[in-house]
Unconditional design. Sequence first.
Length: 463
Amino acid sequence: MREELTNELANETTGRSANEHRIQAVIMAGGKGTRLAALTKDEIPKPMVMVAGKPLLLWQVESLREIGFTDIIMVVGHLGGKIREYFGNGDRFGVNIQYFVEDTPLGTAGSFYYLKDMLTEDTFVMMSGDLFFDIDFSRMLRFHKEKGSAATLFVHPNGHPFDSDLLAMEEDGRILKFDSKHNKRDYWYDNCVNAGIFVFDKKICDLVPEPVKKNLENDVLREMIEAGEPVYGYRSPEYVKDVGTVDRINQTLADIERGFISKKCLREKQSCIFLDRDGTLNKYKGLIYKEEDFELEDDAVEAVGRINRSGYLGIVVTNQPVVARGLCSIEEVENIHRKMATLLGQKGVFLDDVLFCPHHPDKGYPEENPAYKIPCECRKPKIGMIEKAAQKYNIDLSASWMIGDTTIDIQTGINAGMHTALVMTGEAGKDGKYDVKPELVCESLSEAINKILSMDERRTEEK
Ligand SMILES: [Zn+2]
């Protein structure tokens, strides 16, 4: 399945199988763009706003063409004539464009009723016209196929989860429910937002049997989830930004300028800072199995924020034998991780992923959970979690770091061929398990991050 899809995409890129298995891309370009009135003056439609000398929609079209998605359907409405005037049938831009014109606004999904007849394949991608993105679609399509998903949403953390609509997902990405920003959130939540890019099976169109206004999340996707249909979130650190305000356009311009956007695309090798949890990111209190015992280190927010802005991925890898010991369940560990995401999210920072090993090899504790009392490949200093992350995010381990407060973390980093930094918080390297020498020894996590980033800066200057 995986190879077949990759070949398909490769062939499309080279134009060899131009008429077979084409992925059609639907761009929802009907937005009114009131928030961009200062730039559009209500004379050009929002997706035609200029970003670095080109209309936003042209950035999208070029990005789709580059990966071989040359069959494009644009759903246009307000001022849509300007879009048709500019793009025509797409010839001039090396693509084939069809239009669907909404005479009356149909919301984010009402047009599915008409799209059904324009779609030629079983699977299509869809995106909102006010996004700036650079993503490896082949990974997302592969995920969609491997999961047997009917609808896959590109999801990512954002800088303000507390006032955003969020998604609650299972560990494998299956979406359990939409968590509206209007809900009173008296629970810990994951920072997981719908970015506006989708892979759908064509049969989703059957859910709109009449040409009436429909909302994609609230009507169509919610109905699918409630009916038990497989709806998945594809979590990715790639750059997808809604540029629906003047401020956001300016941020995107700055990100283009510093090469940040293409660097984050998973076609490119990524660098990652792997972080231990207890004693590194949060205060050391022995085994933590109750969420009330989880408390961030004082500099955790600052440190994670610097990672977020640096271009490094930030991923936690932690041994949690509390499950094997029978002190708590997998669900309770996940709840502790939601607390971690909530506390970081309240300050506008986030982790790209969290992996944990629930196992422990030694039997003989009174309340142990035998299912997890097994030798495994993920318990640090083994590198199962690191390898899993490396595959998922295309990580170059030789350009990555492991930071932790124990010799186990340092040994893990060495085993995986990474750079290593020991922090003097938590156990401060006094666990004595391995005789290892870290590359850096730092007082705190934020000092470690600062040192790593300034070493990189020096290296760039020397080049
Ligand atoms: Zn394990």
